[in-house]
Design a protein around this ligand. Structure first.
Ligand SMILES: [Fe+2]
Ligand SMILES: [Fe+2]
Length: 370
């Protein structure tokens, strides 16, 4: 079995496919796979009933920050941006170009997913606190998605966002699952962007695209979005105890495992930044787990040898699954079924590993100090 440290390009290609035209790029954004970002919808009536009074003081401070909008002028390209695109992009190898495009398309889909969800909630509720929050977050995510799309347009691979909104399938999640999943994806988004930004700050020669210079101020938006869900969950303490602790474990592991497998399909991208995918992901896990102590009473043990072995195993199984799919026929189907079963078993092992317990702090909010 191939180890992830030496994931070969034919495996990468099997897992991410290749993008040669705008039609390919749009098809990739629409497609739902186990690894691709999804679009969500929820129970708007339940969202409308949320009461955040118990966290009012911290909530109001946060709302002032949104109102101040310190990133209002950030998502604009300067002359140097165009210059760097022109000189740097032709230097990418075809393999590296595919991994970078995959990164841009999945990041855009995930930014736009937030934009749609927050906007739909805003339109369908009257609760003034939640409505105002959703307005601000949709504003930020639409800037983020638009900014990434400009970089795809440099390759003539712009995504038609209106079309994507109409054609991609939506997954329904009850509000509490939206809170767990979205909190995690916002904080992971912060951790991913800041880890890349810090690395390239130390090694500017490895900054192969100008978009990474935007990541520092950008990730502060994601951090604040995460803070908003932390406050909502802390204002509904029943979401953070009893059987819900098992749901929290499930979501942490599902989000971590998906990110780990997906990132291991982009070894060249991380190598270009001077990372190994594994090393990058554990830094992101470490930061996210530290931040999540503000809200989750349980924390998965990312240094447990079984945790590490299971994450590796999931990468191997997703390669085996993609190979079986390519082979086709009865043998291919058997191969796909057996790798899927093994993945469920591996996820089960992760799920029943011992967790660490946290006492939640009286003050919920933390500063983006990574
Ligand atoms: Fe965003
Ligand atoms: Fe966000």
């Amino acid at each position: 079995m191939t180890t992830t440290a030496s994931l070969e390009f034919d495996h990468v290609e099997l897992l991410i496919g290749s993008v040669e035209s705008a039609a390919d790029a749009n098809a990739k954004a629409v497609r739902n796979t186990v690894l691709s970002p999804r679009f969500y919808t929820t129970d708007f009536k339940a969202m409308d009933r949320l009461n955040i009074e118990s966290v009012r003081t911290e909530w109001d401070v946060m709302m002032k920050e949104y109102e101040g909008d310190n990133n209002h002028d950030h998502f604009q390209r300067d002359a140097q941006f165009a210059e760097e695109v022109k000189t740097l992009m032709p230097q990418l190898s075809p393999e590296m170009r595919q991994e970078f495009l995959d990164f841009l398309i999945s990041s855009l889909t995930s930014e736009f997913s937030g934009c749609i969800l927050y906007n739909e909630i805003r339109k369908n509720i009257d609760n003034p606190d939640i409505k105002q929050l959703m307005t601000y977050m949709a504003r930020d995510e639409s800037r983020h998605a638009g900014f990434i799309n400009q970089s795809l347009k440099d390759f003539d691979l712009g995504i038609d966002l209106g079309q994507l909104k109409r054609t991609k399938a939506y997954t329904f999640f009850k509000p509490k699952y939206i809170f767990y999943a979205t909190y995690l994806s916002e904080k992971i988004g912060y951790a991913r962007y800041i880890t890349i930004f810090r690395q390239l700050e130390r090694h500017p020669d490895k900054r192969f695209h100008p978009i990474f210079r935007w990541f520092e101020r950008w990730c502060n938006d994601e951090f604040r979005h995460g803070e908003s869900f932390a406050l909502i969950m802390r204002s509904q303490p029943e979401l953070l105890r009893g059987v819900n602790l098992w749901w929290i474990r499930f979501f942490i592991l599902a989000v971590y495992a998906t990110m780990y497998v997906r990132d291991h399909t982009r070894p060249l991208l991380h190598e270009a930044m001077g990372f190994k995918s594994t090393e990058y992901d554990y830094e992101v896990f470490r930061i996210t787990s530290e931040i999540a102590r503000q809200v989750f009473p349980v924390e998965v043990d990312i240094d447990h040898p079984t945790f590490r072995a299971c994450m590796e195993r999931l990468v191997e199984l997703s390669i085996a699954n993609a190979k079986a799919k390519e082979r086709g026929g009865v043998l291919g189907l058997i191969g796909q079924a057996s790798s899927a079963l093994a993945a469920v078993w591996t996820f089960g092992r992760l799920y029943f590993l011992p967790v660490k317990r946290n006492n939640l702090p009286a003050q919920v909010r933390v500063q983006p100090a990574w």
